[in-house]
Write a protein that binds this ligand. Structure first.
Ligand code: GAL
Length: 654
């Protein structure tokens, strides 16, 4: 299924019908509207103006389209801000109020704003719950985007104090948990607690972690309350949210997703590649400049897919250059179609493009749409036509969801730990997790992302690249599971209150492997050292950035550091990797583990990625060369060819 993001309020009403006709002719089914339209829906407090939205919906629905309505709460209007200035967030870095004039100018901790957001939501939902053609809701828009989860406002500080009181009960318990004796940081009462911002040097890590937990809870509560309001009045319409990655929400995306029917994701491969690989040398970056990195979109698809039980939507798909990255190239010909089919291969049920027509005014004038501002078809158009035909050929609407035998365990708290206590400026949780994902994907393996409270029974291999905070519950699940478990460095290195485990790291993991981490050192990115892998005949790889001194008993040493000290150890349940390393090592290690577990691996040519969904196997060629798959002659190819053409897709029946 396909859709598009449309802003009827941006265009004269005389255009709506022809737009709707053209959308329907293209083969789109869904149109998402309304998510930034508060100032047009309630221009004056309490005075609603829904007639235009009714007419816009009617016009779309008359052409057979179905409407997803956004709650307009990412953009509180001027009257609201003037009346309730306390809803504005405060930038934790500068202490400045983040004012009106763009979007997301509200504080998740603000009860006032929550009431206002729930009020407009309720008014809208009551009006459109049974409205012909309105099939579902998108809550807000990209919650937490633009670094808005953390705020240092007075309402946030007040909320944090109450949150602390509820969590710790007694001030002495809080002081003990945070280690506040350390620099005379003890608080005499909950009412005197400050936010961990603006201090001379670093504040207590447990204090910072508590603030992040609080901020995440505020965001989750804001969202869950909104979903409750929608459900109360519109039980037959679906509710989704267009997620951004956990590193950007700064919140617990699993908790956010919990009340939704399904999750959605906004896929901007070039903008995200530009940001993720900002430090990559130009000669390496150039290769993916117009394609995006072949593992990055899927890394995020697989995370969003696993947040809910059914398939996800791509609510916004990049259709051309965006406006918000440091540099904004055009996609290489073929990539819009490739990205679209890739989303389906990874479990998308719908791909919806952002946006219908490029805006000739305001902030996103330089952002492409399916149409140019002069109404002509932009470069993406014929690719969308092809993708719609291909999706029909493949029958994507009736494919079952992708399944995986390998899971990566991720956790917001572990991400926060690594942000708060870096120990190396080069250690980046997201990069570590991505490297593990890439290595698994290079073996042609489907990968799920799970949380520490997920069921592990579907998996043969469970991989935890960076989990400094291990819950007891998760360790118990690991003990009950038959899966082989691979843990990266830093595992179990912190207690729930950001202390060091009394038995040394990996703390609770010691229930599964007899191991202690004696010391940790971190090294400059360029100062790599050797890692010798015994299973590969003592072949040399790199140990980089993070190096742990391991002391284990009853373990096999799989790899050594340059000085022969153990770097990677294993017993019959667990592999523990005490260092960050290179992709080659991870690939070889996972190849050995998969072989031992009897998991089938398929190595594709460079820049080709494989994904299985239902009985279809997809190959995506990100390169500008033909890529030979060497499929047996008997293979039933349903789309494309072998070799796969540059920036093309081949699909065959397994
Ligand atoms: C998304 C956002 C859209 C639009 C788009 C531009 O993050 O949800 O409203 O701004 O980016 O790429």
């Amino acid at each position: 299924m396909f859709g598009v993001c449309y802003y009827p309020e941006h265009w004269p009403q005389s255009l709506w019908r022809s737009d709707a006709q053209k959308m329907a002719e293209l083969g789109l089914r869904y149109v998402r509207i309304g998510e930034f339209a508060w100032s047009r829906l309630e221009p004056i407090e309490g005075q609603y103006a829904f007639r235009w939205l009714d007419e816009a919906i009617d016009t779309l629905v008359a052409e057979g389209l179905e409407v997803v309505l956004g709650t307009p709460t990412a953009t509180p209007p001027k009257w609201l801000i003037d009346k309730y200035p306390e809803v504005l967030p405060v930038d934790p870095e500068t202490g400045r109020v983040r004012g009106f004039g763009s979007r997301r100018h509200y504080d998740f901790a603000s009860d006032r704003y929550r009431q206002e957001a729930l009020r407009i939501t309720e008014v809208m939902v009551k009006r459109y719950a049974n409205y012909a053609g309105v099939v579902g809701w998108q809550t807000d828009n990209e919650l937490g985007c633009h670094d808005t989860t953390l705020s240092a406002s007075p309402v946030a500080e007040d909320g944090f104090r109450h949150w602390c009181e509820a969590r710790y009960g007694e001030i002495d318990a809080l002081n003990a948990a945070w280690g506040n004796v350390f620099w005379s940081m003890e608080y005499p009462s909950f009412g005197t607690i400050e936010l961990p911002v603006g201090a001379v040097t670093e504040t207590a890590p447990a204090h910072q972690l508590a603030w992040r937990r609080f901020a995440s809870d505020c965001l989750v509560r804001f969202h869950s309350d909104m979903v409750d309001v929608i459900r109360a009045h519109a039980p037959h319409q679906f509710v989704t949210h267009n997620f951004i990655p956990m590193e950007d929400t700064g919140a617990d995306n699993h908790a956010l997703a919990a009340p939704l029917d399904f999750t959605s994701y906004d896929n901007y491969p070039l903008g995200r590649t530009e940001q993720f690989f900002a430090d990559a040398p130009d000669d390496q970056f150039r290769r993916y400049m117009r394609t995006g990195h072949p593992d990055l979109s899927t890394y995020l698809f697989d995370q969003v897919r696993c947040l809910s039980k059914r398939g996800f939507w791509v609510m916004e798909q990049q259709p051309g250059p965006v406006n918000w990255a440091a540099h904004n190239p055009r996609p290489a010909p073929g990539m819009i179609r490739l990205w679209t089919l890739e989303a389906f291969a990874h479990g998308a049920e719908c791909v919806s493009y952002f946006r219908w027509r490029q805006a000739p005014f305001a902030q996103e004038q330089m952002h492409a749409g399916l149409l140019r501002p002069d109404h002509t078809e932009a470069a993406a158009w014929p690719e969308v036509v092809s993708a719609i035909n291909d999706a029909k050929t493949l029958g994507v609407d009736s494919l079952s969801q992708p399944t995986a035998q390998v899971a990566i365990v991720t956790s917001p708290e572990s991400f926060w730990v690594s942000e708060i206590e870096k120990q190396s400026t080069a250690y980046a949780f997201n990069r570590v997790q991505f490297d593990y994902y890439r290595a698994l994907r290079a073996l042609g393996i489907n990968v799920d992302f799970v949380s520490q409270s997920s069921d592990l029974s579907p998996y043969s291999l469970v991989v935890a690249p960076s989990l400094p905070m291990l819950s007891e519950e998760f360790i118990a699940r690991c003990q009950r599971s038959d899966a082989r478990l691979v843990f990266g460095p830093r595992s179990g290195a912190k207690t729930p209150e950001f202390g060091s485990p009394p038995t040394l790291p990996p703390g609770p993991l010691q229930a599964l492997i007899d191991l202690r981490v004696l010391t940790v050192e971190t090294l400059r990115p360029g100062c790599t050292e050797l890692l010798r892998y015994a299973r590969e005949g003592f072949k040399d790889y790199a140990s980089t950035l993070w190096r742990e001194e391991l002391d284990g008993s009853g373990v096999d040493v799989l790899a050594h550091y340059h000085d022969d000290a153990p770097a990677v150890v294993a017993n019959d349940r667990v592999v523990y990797i005490g260092t960050l390393t290179d992709r080659d090592f991870l690939e070889d290690l996972f190849r050995h583990e998969c072989d031992a577990l009897g998991l089938s691996i398929q190595i594709a040519p460079p820049d080709v990625r494989l994904q299985r969904r239902g009985d279809l196997m997809f190959a995506f060629n990100y390169s500008d060369q033909h890529a030979e798959l060497s499929l047996p002659d008997s293979t039933h190819i349903v789309l494309g060819s072998d070799p796969v053409s540059p920036r093309d897709v081949t699909v065959w029946k397994e």
